[in-house]
Ligand binder design. Sequence first.
Ligand SMILES: NC(=O)c1ccc[n+]([C@@H]2O[C@H](COP(=O)([O-])OP(=O)(O)OC[C@H]3O[C@@H](n4cnc5c(N)ncnc54)[C@H](O)[C@@H]3O)[C@@H](O)[C@H]2O)c1
Length: 270
Amino acid sequence: MPERTAVFTLDNNMAGKMSRLLEDKVAMVTGGAGGIGRATSLILAREGARVAISDVSVEEGTETAEQIIAMGGDAFFHSADVTREEDVENLVSQIVDRWGRLDCAYNNAGIEGAIRPTIELSLEEFNHTIAVNMTSIWLCMKYQIKQMLTQDQGSIVNAASAAGLVGFPNFADYVASKHGVVGLSRTAALEYAAMSIRVNCVCPGVIDTAMVDREAKKIPGIKDLALKIEPLGRLGRAEEVGEAVAWLCSDASSYVTGHPLAVCGGALAH
Ligand SMILES: NC(=O)c1ccc[n+]([C@@H]2O[C@H](COP(=O)([O-])OP(=O)(O)OC[C@H]3O[C@@H](n4cnc5c(N)ncnc54)[C@H](O)[C@@H]3O)[C@@H](O)[C@H]2O)c1
């Protein structure tokens, strides 16, 4: 037997120690007022993280923080529009002022875009989707990585989409923004790997949230269409994305960086 297989045996000291994935970590979640952002915030807290939640939606964002506190966790809400550099910079500062560090982040805030054929999109609509979904990811990473460099470690997860890996008719602005998120994540991963900062993204398929309800109003039948291409035969649940994010944030994924992780029920396996 090759000697190196011995490495794969569990350390005896680990027996009986079932620690949580993110014990004592400080996490930041954007777009945490509902949907995938709220579900992920709760899962990060369940795994032991202190969670800073932000969103433009103040009431629901505050509710997410209150739910964590009610679970016995530690959280606060800070209002921030991720398209505004001063809001993002201020958000990261608030976290560091309060908890002294930032270990992991889920840059999740996003919109579905205008949902029109390519030639019917206005420049304003296109630019808005790119600003909310893609430029915001660069802005968040800019301030998160600056902080993480002072700590010599960190893990960032960005919200891409299956639409970051393949095209979808009528979603040109959204698809462009999410392909951009995959590219930004890979580039930051390469730039900061040597400083022990990992950057990955999740690529969810169709997840049953308010965003998809809004899409279904514009394109009736979109959920049935999604079910047809879903090998698991159902839409995804917000918490199924949250579980993947928690793993990517944690040291359990220590050898994973620059990776777009599909959480899509197998739809991208076609
Ligand atoms: N639901 C899906 O099927 C699906 C699939 C793939 C990727 N995603 C991505 O996952 C993320 C979350 O999606 P969701 O389905 O939970 O959507 P959602 O609409 O339920 O939640 C999005 C959140 O982002 C917030 N937000 C929007 N613009 C903002 C801004 N400028 N600043 C701060 N917050 C802002 C909203 O207030 C909302 O709370 C998005 O980036 C989305 O593109 C969703």
